[in-house]
Design a protein around this ligand. Structure first.
Ligand code: SF4
Length: 444
């Protein structure tokens, strides 16, 4: 059967979904199907969707319609939809989008070539039943060659009352330790120097293995022990599995970025309880202090407008954020998700009130970010170069995660390529970005 020669992909949602995209491209590459950047040149287009909240679903549906145009005006023969929206609403997608040729769920990627063969026969396959999680199939990176995400587990057992992810990704499962380490070594051999460990719940890693001990601290050590790896960062931790052992490994290892992504969602005890989040306000405050005492910066995510959130409870959140002074904070409004306990909880908050609370929180955070940035003026930072803008270069220090955090923009003294590490003296700052000049000599 004449398989398509080229594939175009739209990868939406989180970094975990991006790793799935890269695994799919790895499977297709083995079947002789080459990725192309321009969808107009792709014989098969895959939209790897996100489906956990309404805005993400809308973005995914728009992308599918957008790519469907190439079936009439480009070389595209097949349009595939994969990812969380497929896993959550396969039949609705099939019935409402006739332009889609196949639908694959989050565990069915190994069947993608089989799906292509079926689709070429006009079958319109829908595969969403597999619960397979990890595919050791030679990823094709879509991140710059010096940086890669490593997914170390999938699914989630925390069952936060507002979250649909366990309904989509299923229960928690750690990736075999050796598979994760082997992949990190493969990536390092391929030129990756920055590794970002990801999952829905990264800090729980390993506790479903015999013995039940969390192994994230050990895994970070394994990653740091790879010679050519320079930075190891951890995202998506859950408060009550972040212990002193983990913080000591992060703080005590030069290659481990002093950076912890710790979505907290709220600080009010009643709200946390109704969100079904473990970790009391006292525990959370202590944890933030533990991070601060080790010079580990915290990125967090907050939710405003959870059902029943009173003005007082929101003010309590504002006070906490003012005191905690997070280096990085993102926030979003509560989105009622079908199938979750919070979907029809009483006390649903008006959208305008949610929006107003979100604006107030992000305005507060902008000020905090500006003052934290100002405190970095005068420092010399090791910067991973990501590119050029005119005469300037831009990049990140170990305190900025890829894709989600601001940049350091600097005047170089010589030519640099993306992936180089250089020292930069910070001369000035804005609310989010830092500005400086290269202070001579490659850092490595
Ligand atoms: S920790 Fe909570 S919010 Fe995060 S994926 Fe799990 S259930 Fe969802």
């Amino acid at each position: 059967m004449n398989l398509p020669k080229t594939v175009g992909v739209v990868s939406l949602g989180c970094s975990k979904n991006r790793v799935d995209t890269e695994n799919m491209l790895g499977i297709l590459a083995k079947a002789g199907i080459t990725p192309v950047a321009d969808p107009a040149k792709a014989e098969i287009i895959i939209v790897n969707t996100c489906g956990f909240i309404l805005p993400a679903r809308e973005e995914s549906i728009d992308a599918i319609f957008d790519m469907a145009r190439y079936k009439t005006m480009g070389t595209c023969k097949l349009l595939f939809v994969t990812g969380c929206l497929s896993q959550r609403y396969p039949q609705a997608l099939k019935s409402e989008m006739p332009e889609v040729d196949a639908i694959l769920g989050v565990g069915d990627y190994p069947r993608i070539v089989e799906a292509i063969e079926e689709a070429l026969k006009g079958e319109k396959p829908v595969y969403t039943s597999s619960r397979e999680r990890f595919f050791e199939c030679g990823r094709v990176l879509t991140t710059p060659g010096y940086s890669a995400y490593v997914k170390i587990s999938d699914g989630c057992d925390n069952r936060c009352s507002y979250c649909a992810i366990p309904l989509i990704r299923g229960s928690y499962s750690s990736r075999p330790y050796d598979d994760a380490v082997n992949e990190m070594n493969r990536l390092a051999k391929g030129g990756v120097t920055e590794i970002t460990l990801i999952a829905q719940d990264t800090s729980r890693y390993g506790n479903d293995f015999p013995g039940g001990k969390t192994l994230l601290a050990q895994l970070i050590k394994s990653a740091c022990s790879i010679d050519s790896v320079k930075w190891v960062r951890t995202l998506y931790c859950y408060p009550d599995t972040v212990d002193e052992r983990l913080l000591d490994v992060i703080a005590g290892n030069e290659k481990a970025c002093n950076y912890l992504d710790l979505p907290l969602q709220h600080i009010n005890a009643d709200i946390l309880k109704r969100m079904n989040r473990r970790g009391s306000p006292e525990y959370i405050r202590r944890l933030i202090d533990e991070c601060r005492s080790r010079n580990i910066i915290v990125r967090t995510t907050m939710m405003v407008g959870f059902p029943g959130e009173t003005d007082e409870q929101f003010e309590e959140l504002m006070e906490f954020v003012e005191q905690a002074r997070f280096a990085r904070l993102g926030a979003f409004t509560f989105s009622p998700e079908e199938g979750t306990p919070a979907f029809d909880m009483p006390g649903q908050i008006d959208e305008d009130v949610k929006k107003e609370r979100l604006d107030r929180l992000m305005t507060l955070q902008r000020g905090i970010s500006a003052s934290i940035n100002a405190s970095r003026v005068g420092s010399v930072e090791k910067v991973l170069v990501e590119g050029r803008r005119g005469s300037k270069c831009y990049g990140r220090s170990s305190l900025e995660a890829p894709e989600v955090d601001p940049s350091i923009i600097f005047t170089p003294v010589s030519d640099h390529s993306p992936g180089d590490y250089v020292f930069v003296s910070i001369d000035s700052s804005s609310d989010y970005d830092l500005y400086g000049h290269e202070s001579g000599g490659d850092s490595d």
